[in-house]
Design a binder for this molecule. Structure first.
Ligand SMILES: [Cu+2]
Length: 376
């Protein structure tokens, strides 16, 4: 299921960037089956070796000799497990680690990455210390006839240490996270340089930009119709020049305020490169402010990938076509942004004009022309 979703995501990504070329990657099911078979084969091998050792042990006992030292066998297996596990951790860091996101392309993203790095480093230190101690203790203190176990019913010092140490570390992490979140969601300055409306519905994002007045017209859910998908209220003049756009263009180093809404179910605005994610909940307008710092062109050279695009995804499984909810986000210079903006079409389309009887002003003119024509 997960592999299937990844495949579809990859396909749409490829379609979005290359214009739907038929060279979409495919899941290598023979590969999955191969590794599954290999796993069962290894299990079978271990079981066979175990049985052989058991038979060897029994023959030794029949011959009146001392049996095998099973505790030593288990202790060695523990050591092997430790080394294989540590190598596995190293492998996943180098292989999966190289698949992580590139440098954060927004101001607050750097702070989020710092937090993530600190948490990862701390948990990794604890992981390596505890795993090494656990398995070497199992090996060192395996059963021996020469040694007697020491019974320790209770020790207050140990109890204090393993309660207080994690409590301090977790408090530091939580407080660090709290202050970072406060900085990101700073609500004293709620206005961005540019206000953008992003509305989720099954299964797409709709984008609305303010026109020349820089103000987005208000919306009213009772005005939602086929032509007025977002329910923009055209009783207000600020709605008239609003623009309907397909790609989210953002000027670099400008603060962007995303007004997030949903029309049907819960969606989630997800822009991983900018470290942005916030739910889009029907009836609960929210917003997220961020400042993009790296243009698409700069990121393309940084990653050495001429086809790279920032994307906005939906990060809630909102229905059957959820994977398809994505749009290209392009971070450009101010001049490029203005040039692009001047080419965008108004939200108030001809169909919408007709529906709202906006053509009323033109209508009599045409009628009178018709009459004139008839008279002639
Ligand atoms: Cu969605």
């Amino acid at each position: 299921m997960l592999l299937g979703t990844n495949l579809l995501m990859a396909q749409t990504e490829a379609a979005a960037t290359t214009g739907g070329q038929a060279d979409a990657p495919q899941v290598d099911w023979t590969g999955v089956a191969y590794y599954l078979l290999l796993f069962f084969l290894v299990c079978l091998g271990v079981a066979v070796i175990g049985k052989i050792l058991k038979i060897y042990d029994l023959t030794l006992k029949i011959q009146g000799k001392k049996g095998m030292k099973w505790n030593t066998v288990m202790a060695v297996i523990c050591l092997v497990f430790l080394i294989a596990g540590l190598y596995g951790a190293y492998w996943s860091f180098t292989v999966q680690g190289s698949m992580t996101l590139p440098e954060a392309a927004s101001e607050h993203g750097v702070k989020i990455d710092e937090m993530f790095t600190v948490t990862t480093v701390l948990t990794m230190i604890v992981f390596f210390i505890t795993q090494i101690l656990l398995f070497t203790f199992l090996f060192n203190y395996r059963h021996s006839d020469k040694r007697r176990a020491h019974f320790l019913p209770h020790n207050n010092t140990i109890e204090k240490v393993w309660t207080i140490a994690p409590a301090i570390v977790l408090t530091v992490l939580v407080v660090f996270g709290f202050f970072t979140w406060q900085k990101i969601m700073n609500t004293t300055d709620t206005k961005g340089d540019i206000n953008i409306d992003i509305t989720g519905h099954q299964f797409a994002w709709e984008l609305r930009y303010p026109g020349k007045d820089g103000v987005l017209g208000p919306k009213d859910f009772r005005m939602v119709s086929a032509a007025n998908k977002l329910g923009v209220n055209f009783k207000k003049r600020s709605s008239f020049d609003d623009l309907q756009v397909d790609t989210m263009y953002l000027p670099v180093n400008k603060s962007i305020r995303l007004n997030i809404q949903a029309l049907d179910v819960i969606h989630s605005v997800y822009m991983p490169h900018f470290r942005v994610q916030l739910n889009a909940v029907p009836g609960l307008p929210t917003f997220f402010k961020f400042t993009p710092t790296i243009t698409t062109a700069q990121m393309r050279t940084q990653l050495d990938d001429p086809k790279f695009e920032y994307l906005v995804y939906c990060n809630k499984i909102c229905g059957g076509g959820h994977y398809n909810m994505q749009k290209v986000v392009r971070v450009v210079t101010e001049a490029e942004y203005q040039a692009w903006l001047s080419r965008q079409k108004p939200y108030l389309s001809d169909a919408l004009r007709k529906e709202l009887h906006f053509a009323a002003a033109d209508q009599p003119k045409t009628e009178s022309q018709n009459r004139l024509a008839l008279n002639n």
